[in-house]
Design a protein around this ligand. Structure first.
Ligand code: GLN
Length: 475
């Protein structure tokens, strides 16, 4: 189990070295035994996993096509709904919520033979950068157990780094796939907005939310993305753009590719991270890429813009958790208004409450123009920065986070400190371009650091090609 890739599982199944059922049993037993170290899984799904594994074995016996993810143990972030399988969003409010339907990404990965072995811990409603906002306890980073795995998809990153799943699904609204991938030393991909259906992804900030893969190598992310990408009529914002062959794109040939490194990102980057990013850029030059400095002049406004837009949308999206539908209901309320109030007061954690208040404020009649409308205008300027940059380069590379994984509890007292560290990730979401993190070495303390790669809308193939060429040259 522990070092399998999607390809090695496929080969093992077809050569009959093991059955999907054997592998699934082993994966479940291993994941359940290892989980107390990290708290990365919130729920295991043995019945569902074994039924899926038996279906794969039956196809093998019948000589049928087994699907691109046959027998692959997968974890799914607990903000992505799974029919009949508890989906908590790491919130006390949804502690007992059993969804009546599957997310499109879940349907597609199971149709391809993927085996969902459990649901991964995360920050409550995907709000956070350290997984410390989960109502069910934080996740520990498998690389250094006294440190956070990043967030909000901390559990999805941790299970892949811990080898308790081969790949996983996370979600990214402002960095929640790339930053935990960077902190845990694995690959994480945020596709173009609209590339993967959001149907069944619990809404945090609908104009920014993405589903994407985590894996231990770039190829596995390409394979998983291939399966979940593509138009879905259940999501009006999913794009009707052909899905290219992401695995075929991994040809190692990046000679002549034009790469931009944003000056605004590298200036002031602490050397602990900056030296590794610079070394990765030097490596890209060795691979034949043409590297040049570029400018993203509105970088300084990115965090403020993101936290206005995302809190505004969150305040609206979270209004549905009112004690009437989905959620636990306060036992002590006497009137309807009281029931709403007490349910929400008891159910939401501090970070969600902070965002509901901020979001309601920036949307209020008196402040809408000053904050929300202005943020939308700055969002357009940030998109223009990227459009101009992509007139000169094929890809942009830089850091994911200014610092590697920090200690549990180190930053909980100061949310604005945590918000500011999202500087390099939020613009990818605000613009909707594909972006990813690929490991680029470790600090002197042995903590992983990720290189961020961003490309034009729908050029996931180019992004993955560059990442895989880099990975290949450094392994
Ligand atoms: N850290 C960011 C936030 O707290 C991003 C979260 C996300 O991408 N879901 O909002």
């Amino acid at each position: 189990m522990t070092n399998h890739s999607i390809d090695s599982i496929r080969a093992g199944l077809l050569k009959k070295e093991f059955t999907a059922e054997e592998l699934t049993k082993q994966a479940l037993a291993y994941a359940e035994a290892e989980n107390p170290k990290t708290n990365a899984y919130l729920t295991f799904s043995p019945e569902r996993a074994l039924a899926a594994a038996k279906a794969v074995d039956a196809k093998i016996a019948a000589g049928q096509d087994i699907g691109a993810l046959a027998g692959v143990p997968v974890a799914v972030k607990d903000v992505i709904v799974t029919k009949g399988l508890r989906t908590t969003c790491a919130s006390k409010l949804l502690e007992n919520y059993i969804p009546p339907y599957d997310a499109t990404a879940v349907i597609r990965l199971e149709q391809a033979g993927g085996i969902i072995i459990g649901k991964a811990n995360c920050d409550e409603f995907a709000m956070g950068s350290s997984n410390e906002n989960s109502a069910f306890g934080p996740v520990r980073n498998p690389v250094a157990l006294d440190r956070v795995p990043g967030g909000s998809s901390g559990g999805s990153a941790a299970v892949v780094a811990q080898n308790t799943a081969v790949v996983s699904l996370g979600s990214d609204t402002g960095g929640s796939i790339r930053q935990p991938a960077s902190f845990c030393g694995i690959t994480g991909v945020t596709p173009t907005y609209g590339r993967v259906s959001r149907y069944g992804l619990t809404a945090f900030a609908s104009s920014l939310d993405h589903i994407g893969p985590f894996s231990r190598n770039v190829r596995d992310s390409a394979r998983l993305l291939q399966v979940i990408a593509g138009k879905d009529e259940m999501d009006a914002t999913s794009a009707d753009v052909p899905v290219s062959d992401y695995v075929a794109a991994l040809d190692g040939n990046v000679k002549g590719m034009k790469i931009g490194v944003p000056k605004e990102w590298m200036d002031g980057l602490p050397s602990e991270t900056g030296d590794l990013i610079q070394a990765a850029v030097d490596q890209l030059v060795k691979l034949g890429c043409e590297v040049k400095e570029i400018h993203l002049p509105h970088t300084a406004y990115a965090v403020a813009t993101y936290y206005i837009v995302c809190t505004a949308e969150a305040s609206s999206n979270l209004a549905r958790y009112d004690g009437v539908r989905y959620t636990n209901r306060a036992a002590s309320a006497n009137t309807l208004a009281d029931m709403y109030r007490v349910t929400r007061d008891e159910g939401f954690g501090a970070e969600c409450k902070r965002r509901i208040m901020l979001g309601t404020y920036v949307l209020s009649a008196g402040y809408y123009d000053a904050y929300y409308l202005k943020a939308q205008k700055v969002r357009a300027l940030i998109a223009q920065d990227y459009a101009k940059a992509f007139e000169q380069v094929d890809a942009i590379v830089g850091p994911v986070s200014p610092h590697p994984a920090f200690k549990l509890g180190e930053k909980v007292e100061d949310p604005s400190q945590i918000y500011l560290a999202d500087i390099y990730t939020v613009t990818g979401d605000l613009t909707g371009i594909p972006c990813m993190s690929v490991p680029c070495g470790k600090t002197a303390d042995g903590l992983p650091v990720g290189l961020q790669i961003l490309t034009k809308h729908f050029d996931e193939a180019g992004m993955l090609r560059l990442a895989e060429a880099y990975e290949r040259s450094t392994n």
